[in-house]
Design a protein around this ligand. Structure first.
Ligand code: FPP
Length: 230
């Protein structure tokens, strides 16, 4: 890959295709999520190595609560394992864990694992790794509007809204990647994606390795971002 590639500061990912990856192999969907979680580890490491400053992944949407109980249970278990097992290594590698979404509907065990991970990595400065959990962009906007009303804000600007989103302390995503051939946002970062570049690939999330990530970065580096100018 070229060395003078322009790196996105913030990459957001819709990690799609775990279920299909497993089905293709005659395995249960939950196995796809397990391998998908291993891939999260790999991609976080790679982003750290490349010097990407913000990585945000969509791990559980507000709509995902509708999935079969067993699948939701597996996802929760994988999350707890991830936070419990990975936090120390992430901390040593300068990765700050962050969560966006309303995790109050998660069980106390899951909430504790998440909050412990956030607390232990709070001073890390190299990569902010954000996991969207029980997240939906419309719910995020409703929450922001309610808080703005409660705070009685008079002069509401675009920046005011940004400040009331879960993502108040990070730049908007430069690049949004969606794996598995689907080409939609699925209620992900709607306000923040106003000027994001999109990269869609047929590759399923468990197969989306460092080489595939590099392809997305190369494609991004060729785009001409004008932000509405000429
Ligand atoms: C989409 O694939 C994937 C999800 C809904 C869950 C993604 C979650 C993980 C990879 C685990 C999260 C772990 C951490 C630590 C962040 P799908 O099941 O909708 O796939 P399909 O469209 O092929 O059915």
């Amino acid at each position: 890959m070229e060395n003078n590639i322009i790196l996105p500061r913030h990459v957001a990912v819709i990690m799609d295709g775990n279920g299909r990856w497993a089905k293709k192999r005659g395995l249960p969907r939950t196995f796809g999520h397990k391998v998908g979680t291993e891939n999260v580890r790999k991609i976080v490491k790679y982003c750290s190595k490349k010097g990407i400053q913000y990585l945000t992944v969509y791990a559980f949407s507000t709509e995902n609560f509708k999935r079969p109980e067993e699948e939701v249970g597996t996802l929760m278990k994988l999350l707890v394992e991830y936070f419990n097992k990975e936090t120390e290594e992430l901390r040593q590698n300068g990765v700050r864990l962050n969560v966006i979404g309303d995790i109050s509907a998660f069980s106390p065990i899951v909430q504790k694992a998440i909050n412990d991970g956030i607390k232990k990595t709070k001073d890390c400065k190299d990569l902010v790794f954000t996991i969207a959990l029980a997240y939906g962009a419309r719910a995020e906007l409703v929450r922001a509007v309610k808080m703005i009303c409660n705070d009685n804000v008079k002069d509401i600007t675009e920046e005011t809204i940004s400040k009331y989103l879960y993502t108040f302390d990070m730049p908007d995503p430069d690049l949004i990647i969606r794996t598995s051939g689907e080409q939609r946002l699925s209620n992900y970062l709607l306000y923040q994606a106003a000027y994001s570049e999109f990269y869609f690939t047929d590759c399923l999330w468990p197969d989306f390795d460092e080489r595939e990530f590099d392809k997305a970065l190369e494609e991004y580096s060729k785009r001409n971002r004008r932000f509405g100018g000429v």
